[in-house]
Design a protein around this ligand. Structure first.
Ligand SMILES: Cc1cc2nc3c(=O)[nH]c(=O)nc-3n(C[C@H](O)[C@H](O)[C@H](O)COP(=O)(O)OP(=O)(O)OC[C@H]3O[C@@H](n4cnc5c(N)ncnc54)[C@H](O)[C@@H]3O)c2cc1C
Length: 604
């Protein structure tokens, strides 16, 4: 029998990013015991890296903004595949969530009359992103962390959940290991909230850190929960591309919100060449108008650099493919040009975009106040995830909840920038509230010792296989190459079929990987344990992308470049069949209530 420590909670939260912490705060406030587990140190989750801001229709900078406009923007951005109930709740509740964060101590940038300042971002009609320079995530996580600790949540850092434990279809807890010593940990729980973030590490070029291997998606799938919208992977248009060691690191959309423009090697602002019909009425048709928009002119329309991410990423790929790219295979993003318009432009840029200034100075020896940056698309965000109820965030399994990036619904086919941080607050809070309610109403579930034994044996298997076998890194590397090359920004049926074959071969290799050494801080072992999760999410992305035989939002098929009206009425749902094989089904999107339809019509 394996040795392990046991920590029992009413509500177990897996993940200590914005969603996990906000959920933990709410559950603690409801009077239940709460444990939070995180793969890295507290305060180091992805949320801390968020730069541009939190989208909330507070109307502080433009009084025309309100929940209705935010709702319509989110639905349009998601190409009408979003869960409309989530989009409605999000738009209505985000402003209060931001104000609550402020009441807990978050210090946002201010307007001249002392209100929370809001900035422009892609796809948002009005300036909507509450921010702290370009370090919003840091302020958010610091505030939630402090508040959460005072609410009494227990934290287990550097611990990775390996599997969810089930009791007759209901979740019963989780089994984990700690990275430092390699010891096993058992967490019996009445309710579990997944808040594990994204899947970026399934791709070679990504803005995501090492933690994002799709664990929550795979844990839910293996336990029997449904995943949805897995074909929609967001490739952010602007990641660093040079030098190679920093490739993929994010360059915030805030640069374009502050007036930064995209140019090809001929100096042309190519984004004016291709403005989608859906956005034509809202987009400036000349440079002068675009500039006025970034400077707060309420009569001006947004520049095409602030169109949605999916579209901009594809325009950049087109410029590169057609030979108009920058020397290192990207395009130019220039904020330094605003010198021609603003006195003290260099100081202004450093004040508004301090992290970007330092990032380029230190990593690429580029002074962004004086010269353009070179940028290209990077795998950034996962719209798809655990299918949840819009109000409660409960998955299709009783007692299993999900919130934040690992849950799906709000963003549909494409997420608008800034809508993730607000998603974490609104739905983290709801997940905490309803998980606490579930824990109170339902007694403890039974932990099945056999499941625990099996999980421990599986985790230790890579040590047992003896020397001479393959290590985990080659398999991980090859999977990332496969997803990047065959299931990336531009997809085709034949390439994705090849990817499926490759994923299957990699799965067989992953089942044979071996690791050496001991269990303390053994990175090879940790990578071996991440592999099954990466394979599940890669297969799910590929199968869903094959099933969606059209192009929509972040999912672009070169062999089916148009939208298909019928496909626009369904979500693609994935679950594990009784034979262990991945099942893909289409599920009709629920009819939107008339009053929400009206909002969309009014905002067109
Ligand atoms: C560079 C960058 C900039 C961004 N800027 C913005 C922005 O300005 N505005 C915006 O709205 N969005 C932004 N985003 C997106 C946003 O930051 C993320 O989508 C969001 O922070 C995800 O939050 P989360 O709480 O869902 O998960 P995360 O913050 O990703 O946290 C996940 C947690 O789960 C833990 N975890 C994962 N697997 C396991 C496991 N198996 N066991 C235990 N713990 C586990 C991790 O350790 C971590 O604690 C940005 C993203 C990046 C990468």
């Amino acid at each position: 029998m394996p040795e392990y420590q046991t920590h029992a909670y009413d509500v177990l939260v897996i993940g200590a990013g914005g969603a996990g912490l906000r959920a933990a705060i709410e559950a603690s406030a409801a009077g239940v015991s709460v444990g939070v587990i995180s793969k890295s140190l507290l305060g180091k989750a992805h949320t801390v890296m968020a730069e541009g801001g939190i989208a909330a229709a507070m109307g502080n900078v433009d009084e025309r903004d309100n929940w209705r406009v935010h709702f319509a923007d989110t639905m349009r951005g998601g190409q009408y595949l979003s869960n409309w109930r989530m989009a409605e709740l999000h738009a209505k509740e985000a402003p209060d969530c931001v104000r609550e964060l402020e009441a807990w101590g978050a210090v946002f940038d201010r307007t001249k009359d002392g209100r929370i300042l809001q900035r422009n971002f892609g796809g948002h009609k009005y300036p909507r992103l509450a921010h702290v320079g370009d370090r919003t995530g840091l302020e958010m996580i610091r505030t939630l962390q402090d508040h959460g600790i005072h609410q009494g949540m227990a934290v287990h850092m550097e611990s990775t959940v390996l599997t969810l434990l089930m009791d007759s279809g209901r979740v019963a807890g989780a089994f984990a290991y700690d990275r430092e010593r390699g010891r096993f940990l058992l967490f019996p729980a009445k309710a579990v909230i997944l808040a594990t973030g994204g899947i970026g590490r399934a791709y070679k070029i990504t803005s995501n850190s090492w933690e994002y291997t799709g664990d929550g998606h795979a844990l839910a799938y293996d336990a029997g929960a449904a995943l949805v919208d897995m074909e929609f992977v967001q490739f952010h248009p602007t990641g660093m591309i040079w030098p190679p060691s920093v490739r993929g690191i994010l360059v915030t959309e805030g640069v374009r919100g502050e007036g930064g423009v995209l140019r090809n090697k001929e100096g042309r602002r190519f984004m004016f060449d291709d403005i989608p019909e859906l956005y034509r009425k809202q987009t400036a048709d000349n440079e002068e108008e675009g500039w006025r928009y970034t400077q707060g002119d309420k009569e001006a329309r947004r520049p095409p650099e602030l169109l949605t991410r999916d579209h901009i990423a594809r325009c950049i790929v087109r410029e590169i493919k057609e030979g108009r790219g920058s020397p290192h295979g990207g395009v130019f993003l220039d904020i330094s040009w605003i010198k021609a318009r603003l006195p003290n432009a260099a100081e202004h840029i450093k004040r508004k975009l301090p992290s970007m200034y330092h990032q380029f100075k230190q990593l690429a020896d580029i002074d962004i106040t004086a010269e353009p940056m070179e940028v290209g698309p990077t795998t950034h965000y996962m719209m798809g995830g655990v299918r949840v109820d819009g109000d409660t965030q409960m998955s299709t399994l009783p007692g299993l909840f999900a919130a934040g990036e690992c849950a799906a619904g709000l963003h549909g086919a494409n997420r608008l920038g800034g809508n993730s941080l607000s998603d974490l607050l609104v739905f983290g809070k709801r997940a905490g509230q309803y998980a606490a309610g579930f824990a109170k109403e339902n007694g403890a579930a039974r932990v099945d010792q056999q499941q625990v034994n099996q999980a421990a044996a599986l985790a230790l298997a890579p040590f047992e296989r003896g020397a001479g076998g393959e290590g985990p890194y080659q398999v991980q590397h090859q999977l990332q190459e496969t997803m990047q090359d065959l299931v990336g920004i531009v997809r085709t049926e034949s390439e994705m079929q090849r990817a499926l074959g490759e994923i299957e071969r990699l799965r067989q290799r992953a089942a044979r990987v071996m690791v050496t050494g001991n269990r303390e801080y053994n990175n090879g072992w940790h990578t071996a344990l991440d592999l099954p999760n990466l394979l599940v999410v890669s297969e799910a992305v590929t199968r869903a992308a094959l099933e969606r035989q059209e192009s929509r939002g972040a999912h672009f098929r070169e062999d089916r470049p148009s939208k298909d009206a019928e496909a626009g009425k369904v979500n693609i749902v994935i679950h594990k069949g009784p034979d262990g094989e991945m099942r893909v089904t289409r599920q009709p999107i629920a009819e939107m209530p008339a009053e929400l339809k009206l909002v969309i019509e009014e905002m067109k």
